[in-house]
Each structure stands twice: as structure tokens, then as C-alpha cells.
Design a protein around this ligand. Structure first.
Ligand code: SAH
Ligand code: SF4
Ligand code: F3S
Length: 476
């Protein structure tokens, strides 16, 4: 879910971005009178929000463009999770500002978590920004844009306890038409001490279960074959029907979405180790189309650090949850998020994180070094006392360990046959398809006539690296 500075391949990306420069685009809307260009950073929820924003703007007469220079409105949907994420956005704003100097009528808007964190300060610091809109205020965009047309600045960073945008049909503008994301909740009520999300996204609230199932059904009817249910902590999803008082928890929601159609794969992210229940695991094991993959961020393998992080579980609790997963769903893959060099972490405690990677056999991890965020409980109460060179060395050790484990678990797939959803041509060749198995591993394999993207096929794995599998189509 988080394409960030370090991933399982150990490749350090210079920028804290997910799919930098991806823009929303839709042919039917290019005739609109004014055009917007949007870039999204951060987690999948932000990308999903950009599709809601696109829908709101379309209603307001704005059509999307992929060409920044022809836009009347440039939007950047921002992330505050680490300092680097914010630096990236500031650099992009410099590029947009240079354009605006040549085209003074062009509007620039900052959306998302950085807008929420910095509020009016952002307008002071970034003089050429016209609007600042927080994650719960996107419905106000037309109104704010009208203000800018009248020569004012527009700002709305009110957080809401109710907003879920459940009635807005997102415009899937940059999608391959096969895999789609559905937001099932917003905000976060956990207070992990390092994390800015509760401050930028507000209180946790769950979306109407019927609107979620309706969205999944609509996507399936339009040819989509995979949906990922999104939330910061999906296991705490809970919705009560105001008319009937019927309660729906995450396991029940998962089941309802799985019942949309057996050919619609269901994934979800992110699970919290303190909240993932056996009920969810049993629901997963009893539906073939619920993918056998759980992103279960551990953050640290040491109980004292986990306590300082306020993760509300310890090493033993986490290990018990991993054992339950492998027992109830033996073919499940697990991945993780890891923070290296959190406040006061010792070498010995760091080694417990390394041993956790080896023990849990993560198929992959997103790995970061700790970045203190202003206003968070850790920033207020703890000293960011691990020098950067040590943080980076520990991160490298964690990355190296994960690489080895990824390679090991992927090599163990050689000889196995998996059902794969074809997503399109492989990166390397148009003679090859790429697609994922249920465990979320990418497999590349030679094409076969008669098959196309969006269809399922069976692939036998013939080779593996730490990052992907190779295989060939077989009869099943
Ligand atoms: N809701 C998810 C995580 C959301 S943020 C969960 O609870 O697991 C994505 C990841 O960014 C986190 O899992 C954590 O590993 C990392 N992260 C968050 N704050 C960070 C910080 N201040 N410094 C470094 N990494 C951080
Ligand atoms: Fe942040 Fe913790 Fe909430 Fe995840 S669960 S978004 S890490 S506060
Ligand atoms: Fe970033 Fe906000 Fe997501 S801080 S990780 S975009 S919730």
C-alpha cells in the first residue's frame, strides 16, 4: 500500500512518492470547459481520494488533463507521513509556481494531509498557492474555487466525524480497468506515537456497508476483477444501519463483498495486529476469491519499543497472530511495515526486528527510518536520539534481511501452480503478461493466444527473485 523510500527490493527511491506524476484522465471529460491536473502522493487512500476529487470537479465543469501546462487548475494531493514526503511536495510546488508565473490565471491547490497539518500556514509559506483543502472538505472545492475566481484565497481544513463520501462515485481515471480501490473507512483512532495520520485525517468512521457493496458490484459490472478495501485499520470497521440497527463488522463486510461474484477478487489493507480477529481469518479461508495475503505491519520486533510506539501489542501478541494466520490460512503471505531507529532503540532491540522478519517470513516489507513529526506524541514526549547514520545503517540491515527472506519464500514457490489475474503486459516485454497470484506476488509469463488482461489463468512458477516470480501457463 505504501510505495515509499525503501521497499523489499532494497532500492532506495530518492523521492517519497507513490507513482509520482500519475494523473487522472478520462476521455469523456476532456471536452469540459476548464481543465485540472492532479498529482497524488502518499498512501492508497490518497490516490483513492483523488478519484473522489476528480468526480467532484467533473460535476463543477472541470475535466482532467495529463498535461500540466494546459491546466487551469493544478492540484497536489499531499502526504505528511515523513519529512521527506513533505519535501517532495515543496519541490513540486516550486515547479508549479514557475508555471504560474508564466500563466497567472492558473490556480494551484494543495489537498490532503499536508494541507490539514499546516492549514493557513501553508498559504503564508507558499505565496502562489490559491487553495488549501483538508481530506474531509473536498465537497467544498467548487465553492473554494469560486472564491479564487473572485480574487480571494480559499481554505477549508475542517475535519468531520461523519464524512465518508459514500454517495460520490469516484472517477477511475487512471485505472487499468481491472483492479480498483474502495475506501471503506476514514481517519484513525489509534495513537501510534510516531504517526501524524490521526491529526491529518481525524477520527475513525466507517462507511455505509451497502454503498461499499454497491461500488464493488458496479466495478465488477464494468469489467473490474479485483477490489482492495482501504482503511488505516480495516479490522476496526464497524457500521450500524441507522434504520434497522443491524451491525456490520469487517469480517461480515468482507464476506458481503466476496459474494458480489466469485470472479471478483477481494483484497484489503491495512490490518492492525491488535484488531485482526480469527473471524476475519476464517472468512478469508472459506472464500476462494478473498486473497490470501495480509499486510500486518509490525513496526518493531521489540516489546519495549512497541510500547513506546503505543502500538498496544507486544512481540508475543504479534507472534501469536502470525501463528494463527499460518494455521487458519496455510498458504497466506504476510507483509509488514518497519520503522528503524525509533527513539532510544538499542542494537539488541534492533536485532529483535531482524529476527522477527526471519521468523514471520514476510513476503515483503515497506521499511523506513524514523522521521519525527511535529505535534505527535513521540515528538512531544520522546527524544529523537538515534543519529541518522545509525538509523540508516539499521535500515540497510533490515532491508538486506528482508531481501534474503523474500528470495527464500519466493524460491519456495518454484514448481507450484497459481491462479493469476492478468493485469497487462509485463514491464520488460509485450510478449509477456504480468499478473498477481492470490498472495499478491507478481508473476511474469509468456503470453498465450486467446488470453487477455482481466482474465484468469493458471501459471506454474519456474523461477524467482526477491521481487517477482517467472512462470508459464499450464492447464488446470
Ligand atoms: N495504518 C497503518 C500505517 C499507516 S502509515 C498501520 O497502522 O500500520 C504507513 C507506514 O508509515 C507505517 O506503518 C509506518 O511504518 C510508517 N511511518 C509512519 N509514521 C512514520 C514516521 N514518523 N517515521 C517513519 N515511518 C513512519
Ligand atoms: Fe498511524 Fe497507527 Fe493509525 Fe496506522 S494505526 S494510521 S500507524 S496511528
Ligand atoms: Fe500520508 Fe496521509 Fe496517507 S500522511 S500515508 S497520505 S493518510
Amino acid at each position: 500500500m505504501y510505495d515509499d523510500n525503501v521497499t523489499l527490493t532494497g532500492i532506495k527511491k530518492e523521492i517519497d512518492v507513490a507513482r509520482q506524476g500519475e494523473v487522472l484522465y478520462h476521455q469523456n471529460l476532456t471536452s469540459a470547459s476548464r481543465k485540472f491536473y492532479i498529482e497524488s502522493y502518499g498512501c492508497a487512500m490518497n490516490f483513492s481520494d483523488s478519484e473522489i476529487v476528480a468526480s467532484i470537479l467533473a460535476e463543477d465543469g472541470f475535466g482532467p488533463t495529463r498535461i500540466m501546462e494546459e491546466a487551469d487548475l493544478i492540484l497536489v494531493n499531499t502526504c505528511s507521513i515523513r519529512e521527506k514526503a513533505e519535501d517532495t511536495v515543496r519541490n513540486r510546488l516550486r515547479v508549479f509556481n514557475a508555471l504560474k508565473l508564466k500563466k497567472p490565471d492558473m490556480m494551484i491547490g494543495v489537498l490532503g494531509c499536508m494541507a490539514e497539518r499546516l492549514k493557513a500556514k501553508l498559504l503564508e509559506q507558499e505565496k502562489l498557492v490559491d487553495i488549501v483543502v483538508g481530506p474531509d472538505a473536498y465537497r467544498d472545492l467548487p465553492n473554494l474555487l469560486a472564491k479564487v475566481d473572485d480574487g480571494e484565497k480559499g481554505i477549508n481544513v475542517l475535519l468531520s466525524r461523519e464524512e465518508t463520501y459514500s454517495d460520490i462515485s469516484p472517477l477511475r481515471l487512471d485505472s487499468n480497468g481491472i483492479v480498483g480501490f474502495i475506501s471503506i473507512m476514514r481517519g484513525c483512532d489509534n495513537m501510534c506515537s510516531f504517526c501524524v495520520v490521526p491529526f491529518t485525517r481525524g477520527r475513525e468512521r466507517s462507511r455505509d456497508a451497502y454503498s461499499i457493496v454497491a461500488e464493488a458490484t458496479d466495478l465488477f459490472q464494468r469489467g473490474f476483477r479485483e477490489v482492495t478495501l482501504l482503511g488505516q485499520n480495516v479490522d476496526s470497521y464497524k457500521w450500524t444501519n441507522p434504520d434497522t440497527q443491524e451491525h456490520v463488522n469487517f469480517a461480515q463486510l468482507l464476506e458481503r463483498v466476496a459474494q458480489v461474484h466469485p470472479d471478483l477478487r477481494v483484497r484489503f489493507s491495512t490490518s492492525h495486529p491488535k484488531d485482526i480477529t480469527n473471524e476475519v481469518l476464517h472468512t478469508m479461508s472459506s472464500h476462494e476469491n478473498i486473497c490470501k495475503y495480509i499486510h500486518l505491519p509490525v513496526q518493531s520486533g521489540n516489546s519495549r519499543i512497541l510500547d513506546l510506539m503505543n502500538r498496544t501489542y507486544d512481540r508475543e501478541w504479534y507472534m501469536e497472530r502470525v501463528e494463527a494466520i499460518y494455521k487458519i490460512i496455510p498458504d497466506c503471505a504476510i507483509s509488514s511495515d518497519i520503522i528503524c531507529g525509533f527513539c532510544t532503540e538499542t542494537e539488541e532491540e534492533h536485532r529483535e526486528t531482524i529476527s522477527m522478519i526471519q521468523w514471520a517470513k514476510y513476503s515483503m516489507s515497506y521499511m523506513f527510518f524514523y522521521s519525527e513529526r511535529p505535534g505527535t506524541p513521540a515528538a512531544k514526549k520522546l527524544k529523537d536520539d538515534i543519529p541518522e547514520d545509525i538509523k540508516k545503517r539499521r535500515l540497510q540491515e533490515v532491508v538486506d534481511t528482508q531481501m534474503k527472506i523474500s528470495q527464500q519464500v519466493n524460491k519456495a514457490d518454484i514448481g507450484k501452480t497459481f491462479k493469476v489475474l492478468i493485469e497487462g503486459n509485463s514491464k520488460r516485454s509485450d510478449q509477456e503478461f504480468k499478473g498477481r497470484n492470490s498472495q499478491n506476488k507478481m508473476i511474469n509469463f509468456p503470453k498465450q493466444e486467446g488470453l487477455k488482461a482481466g482474465e484468469y489463468t493458471w501459471v506454474k512458477v519456474t523461477d524467482a527473485t526477491s521481487g517477482s516470480l517467472r512462470g508459464e501457463i499450464v492447464e488446470k
